[in-house]
Design a protein around this ligand. Structure first.
Ligand code: SF4
Ligand code: SF4
Length: 398
């Protein structure tokens, strides 16, 4: 269904979005997507009418996916949240959670000390509203940018541009390294632009819309430069992908996004496309292993199906079962907040149960914070699908 930008009037009050909102199901504190989104938007158009329960929307996008009338409910919510904060003081908690890239750069010289400090200061973090139970990500000892700079790639005529995003860059660089290895196995050289900045997703969900728009403008310029030259852009993070491809258009209406978006791919989607064109390296070694799979909400919101599941099905011996049990509850940094932690765990409870019932001890998923939440809630190991693709290529040569 095509979305009608910022127009609440296409809502027919069918209530389908309410039935699909995981936050509405988990807490009575949230008045639901129909009321907080299009219904109140009609008031907001004429007066400064803010519904306090708006803060409970996690921007998971399940309402948008389900709405038969194409109402951009989550976008209405995020724009209203930004309007609410326009003339109000923001909490230190929300500033810290929104500025992960700044925090990571400050910690870059001594990530070990920063991790130790974070562990020791969970009591202080709780005082400012960050849950002491939430699975906060640790900083990696070396960022992806540093590792990539020291990596010797084989040069090939075909090249792709990689947008790593903050989580891969500062918390989980191995996913980025697995991505490069998989591209190299497909005779593709990887380019990483140093001037890319945070996609802005954490800023948007906390109401820092102006800063997110600045980031968007910078990223759009770079993305357009490469796609104009004919290079595909690839992400391994589904929230970054959704932001760069879709939310920049819905929130900021920046020119040029629609053109480059056609050349922006999720890594699994890109590899499946190569396969469809008969260009994928299918020298996969056998992996006699069993995994569960979790589809992040921000992957499903892009309407590309489950490319990770299809890709992994090409690997001989590999048994991957889609958990198909809804949202994990974390929604970026939503579940890190003290007043949202229990809600996020309640939302994820169905998924955690499905994983535990499966008896499988490792879950594959594209989203870094989904992986954190699943590891925490279901007590299992987690991987990005590309880690298995790389492992299978390496197994072929053993
Ligand atoms: S699903 Fe769409 S049309 Fe139905 S109530 Fe929600 S916003 Fe309105
Ligand atoms: S974005 Fe998610 S939490 Fe927010 S209203 Fe929609 S379904 Fe509910």
């Amino acid at each position: 269904m095509k979305k009608h930008h910022n127009n609440p009037d296409s809502c027919t009050a069918c209530t389908v979005c309410i039935a699909n909102c995981p936050v509405t199901a988990a807490t009575r504190k949230f008045r639901g997507p129909k009321m907080v989104g299009p219904t109140l938007e009609r008031m907001r158009l004429s007066q400064d009418d803010i519904e306090p329960s708006l803060e409970y929307c996690s921007n998971c996008k399940n309402c948008d996916m389900s709405c038969p009338s194409g109402v951009p409910i989550s976008t209405l919510n995020m724009l209203a949240r930004a309007k609410y904060f326009k003339n109000r003081k923001r909490s230190l908690r929300d500033w810290i959670l929104s500025h992960g890239e700044k925090m990571a750069k400050l910690s870059a010289a001594t990530p070990g000390m920063a991790n130790f400090g974070m562990k020791m200061s969970r009591g202080i973090l709780k005082k400012i509203g960050i849950s002491d139970k939430a699975p906060l990500p640790a900083y990696a000892s070396k960022s992806f940018s540093k590792l990539f700079k020291n990596l010797k790639q084989t040069s090939y005529p075909d090249k792709v541009v990689f947008y790593p995003g903050c989580f891969i860059n500062y918390n989980d660089p191995q996913v980025g390294m697995d991505f490069v290895a998989v591209m190299q196995a497909n005779k593709l050289e990887v380019i990483v632009e140093e001037d890319f900045v945070c996609c802005g997703s954490p800023l948007v969900v906390n109401g820092f819309l102006d800063e997110a728009e600045e980031n968007a403008k910078q990223n759009v310029q770079i993305l357009k430069k490469w796609t104009d030259k004919g290079y595909p852009i690839i992400t391994c993070c589904t929230s970054c992908g959704l932001m760069l491809k879709q939310e920049y258009q819905e929130l900021f209406h920046i020119e040029g996004v629609a053109e480059y978006a056609k050349h922006l791919y999720d890594a699994d989607e890109f590899l499946l496309d190569l396969h469809d064109q008969g260009r994928l390296n299918t020298n996969f070694g056998t992996l006699n292993e069993k995994y569960m799979y979790h589809a992040p909400c921000h992957l499903r919101a892009q309407g590309m199906g489950l490319p990770g599941v299809e890709l992994l099905a090409l690997i001989p011996g590999l048994d991957v079962q889609d958990a198909d049990a809804g949202c994990c509850g974390i929604s970026g940094n939503y579940g890190f907040k003290d007043d949202k932690y229990d809600i996020s765990m309640e939302i994820g409870s169905g998924l955690f149960k499905a994983i535990k019932d499966s008896g499988r001890d490792t879950v594959v998923s594209e989203c870094g914070t989904c992986r954190l939440q699943i590891g925490h809630g279901a007590n299992v190991k987690t991987l990005h699908p590309l880690t298995l693709v790389r492992k299978s290529y390496e197994a072929y040569h053993k």
